[in-house]
Design a protein around this ligand. Structure first.
Ligand SMILES: Cc1cc2nc3c(=O)[nH]c(=O)nc-3n(C[C@H](O)[C@H](O)[C@H](O)COP(=O)(O)OP(=O)(O)OC[C@H]3O[C@@H](n4cnc5c(N)ncnc54)[C@H](O)[C@@H]3O)c2cc1C
Ligand SMILES: *[C@@H]1O[C@H](CO)[C@@H](O)[C@H](O)[C@H]1NC(C)=O
Ligand SMILES: *[C@@H]1O[C@H](CO)[C@@H](O)[C@H](O)[C@H]1NC(C)=O
Ligand SMILES: *[C@@H]1O[C@H](CO)[C@@H](O)[C@H](O)[C@H]1NC(C)=O
Ligand SMILES: *[C@@H]1O[C@H](CO)[C@@H](O)[C@H](O)[C@H]1NC(C)=O
Ligand SMILES: *[C@@H]1O[C@H](CO)[C@@H](O)[C@H](O)[C@H]1NC(C)=O
Length: 499
């Protein structure tokens, strides 16, 4: 009997064994649920099911691992808490790992891949959103997308909004548990800074709210990765009043244009995301776009710009006035007058293989440094870019330890290095991953040091590959210090029951 148990755990990929595990999982779940659930066919997909592949690939953003052998043994798509609780308990009984997927946007596929045999809990059916204007909050279930949240808020109120990422298809579950930054960063900080409560299921299958999970865990899940503590069911967030923040009830506004010299010095905007990219082919051309968001009207911006950046010659006609929700459409890649329903579409058009890395900049980068970076970008033969998001403002006023996300005071901007490719092969992956390593190496003198910090939501598994570290804690401390700096120690202490 004990031999059989070992056999099951070690050889789950062999057909006979995996079928047996699937059968046992099924039986276990039926016993635990005892009829108190959706019919079992609607929530369990095994590798032999015809819906297994469509369900698995539906939310996956990075097809880099399409042929991976690290796929789930079983996919569970619960409708109710009780099904997740039973799934956790049965996985533990059978020695299976769990992966949790909300929006599927993980950069390294960690929500749907694992070396060890595992059950993927796909929360896609749990995405209701309840906006409560009386106390300016909302309960948002984990798999709701940012687009669904923005849409719901805008339908409920003309004066409220929420500061989170720009890409509408990102899931709120993973996004907030890693921080969550967008174009309101300077004004309002991170999405995680606006969480006031949460429901989580722990490794034993018990449900907690903020009070029963305790302040240490509540601190940890707001930016320090939730997977180590349990399954987030829902976040309770505080909405931001757009009326209060504006000077009169003004629309937000943005302009496109600019010059790289200004990227180190602008302070006027809520955001001035710079996208510095090649043309995606072999033409070796390069362009930088400034997408800036000013919280106020044109008549207030023009004199400010004339005072500080006269040489840009910004005029009213270079700007577009829009409401908060129109700016959400704009930064999400649509036109400001497009129907809001576009925000609800979770099938994205930008699904292609990619690799990313990130850095934080604390000192202005000299012109020669930037020119060298532009050269590396323009020489890549597929779409490559640097996305630079300014910090300062509210980010500069928050202490490093307030949440696990430590990149606050003293950071000028965050850089994301991103390369995408269409031909999905091992060789292509290797080649473009090398490009990412090359630009990352080149940037070393210009970015944060000791540790060279990275943003957890732009996950990069290269960070753990340090040959001088050979225990798992010591390996983890390498990426842990980069993502969380001094907060890593506290995260590691809190972390008791890995799911
Ligand atoms: C196209 C694109 C655009 C992006 N734009 C931005 C942006 O503007 N700003 C920004 O800050 N980030 C951005 N990101 C990064 C994004 O915030 C992270 O990838 C985030 O982790 C995605 O969350 P998810 O729920 O969609 O992903 P998932 O892949 O579902 O999950 C990500 C991680 O969180 C864990 N997790 C997910 N749900 C839960 C849960 N309910 N309980 C416990 N653990 C859970 C997963 O196991 C996994 O480890 C973008 C990513 C992509 C692909
Ligand atoms: C910009 O400022 C200069 C003075 O510094 C002034 O002469 C000029 O009229 C201003 N232009 C605009 C468009 O406000
Ligand atoms: C959602 O977006 C995808 C990709 O752009 C598109 O093919 C699809 O038609 C859209 N779906 C709806 C319902 O608009
Ligand atoms: C952050 O605040 C300090 C003062 O506390 C200030 O000197 C610095 O310029 C600010 N940095 C940014 C990026 O706003
Ligand atoms: C996946 O498999 C297909 C068919 O066998 C192959 O053409 C493709 O190159 C493989 N992709 C990767 C990323 O290995
Ligand atoms: C780990 O590294 C230390 C020195 O860095 C070495 O003494 C030890 O033998 C190594 N352990 C393993 C298991 O490789």
């Amino acid at each position: 009997m004990s031999y059989l148990a070992v056999f099951l755990i070690l050889l789950p990929i062999s057909c006979a064994a995996s079928t047996l595990v699937e059968k046992k999982f099924n039986e276990c779940l039926m016993t635990k649920l005892d009829g108190n659930s959706e019919s079992i066919e609607k929530i369990i997909f095994t590798t032999s099911s015809s819906l297994y592949t469509p369900v698995l690939e539906s939310l996956e953003q990075n097809p880099r691992w399409l042929n991976s052998s690290r796929k789930p043994l079983i996919i569970l798509t619960p409708f109710h808490e009780i099904e997740i609780q039973a799934g956790i308990r049965c996985s533990r009984q059978l020695g299976l790992q769990i992966r949790i997927r909300s929006g599927g946007h993980d950069y390294e596929g960690l929500s749907y891949l694992s070396k060890d045999p595992f059950v993927m809990v796909d929360l896609i059916n749990m995405r209701s959103i309840q906006v409560n204007l009386a106390d300016e909050t909302a309960w948002v279930q984990a798999s709701a997308s940012l687009g669904e949240l923005y849409y719901k808020i805008s339908k409920a109120s003309k004066v409220h909004g929420f500061p989170a990422g720009t890409c509408p298809s990102v899931g709120i579950g993973g996004h907030i548990s890693g921080g969550g930054q967008g174009v309101k960063l300077r004004k309002h900080g991170l999405a995680a800074d606006h969480v006031v409560d949460a429901y989580i299921i722990d490794a034993n299958g018990n449900i907690h709210d903020r009070k029963s999970m305790g302040e240490d865990v509540f601190w940890a899940i707001r930016g320090g990765s939730a997977t180590s503590y349990g399954v987030i069911l829902a976040w309770k967030i505080r909405l931001c009043s757009m009326l209060k923040e504006h000077w009169r009830n003004e629309p937000t506004m943005l302009f496109t244009g600019g010059n790289t010299q200004h990227m180190n010095s602008m302070r006027i905007f809520s955001s001035e995301r710079v996208v510095a990219q090649n043309s995606g082919d072999k033409s070796k051309t390069f362009k930088a776009t400034f997408n800036s968001l000013f919280l106020g009207g044109i008549e207030r911006l023009i004199p400010l710009m004339n005072e500080s950046f006269q040489e840009l010659g910004l005029q009213g006609k270079d700007c577009t006035e829009m409401s908060w929700i129109q700016s959400v459409l704009f930064f999400g890649g649509f036109n400001k007058d497009d129907p809001l329903e576009l925000l609800l579409n979770r099938t994205t058009s930008y699904k292609s293989s990619f690799k990313a890395k990130s850095d934080f900049v604390k000192e202005p980068i000299p012109k020669t440094g930037l020119e060298g970076a532009w050269k590396i970008v323009s020489e890549e033969d597929t779409l490559a870019m640097l996305l630079m998001d300014p910090y300062g403002g509210r980010m500069n006023e928050t202490s490093e330890s307030e949440t696990p996300f430590p990149h606050r005071k003293g950071n000028l901007y965050n850089i994301q290095y991103l390369v995408k490719w269409e031909v999905n092969s091992k060789e292509a992956s290797k080649k473009h991953e090398e490009w990412a390593k090359m630009i990352y190496k080149y940037m070393t003198p210009y970015v944060s040091k000791s540790p060279r910090a990275s943003y957890f939501n732009y996950k990069d598994l290269d960070l753990g590959q340090n040959k001088h570290h050979n225990t798992s804690y010591s390996k983890a401390s390498v990426w842990g210090n980069k993502y969380f700096k001094g907060n890593f120690r506290r995260l590691a202490q809190n972390y008791q029951n890995e799911i």
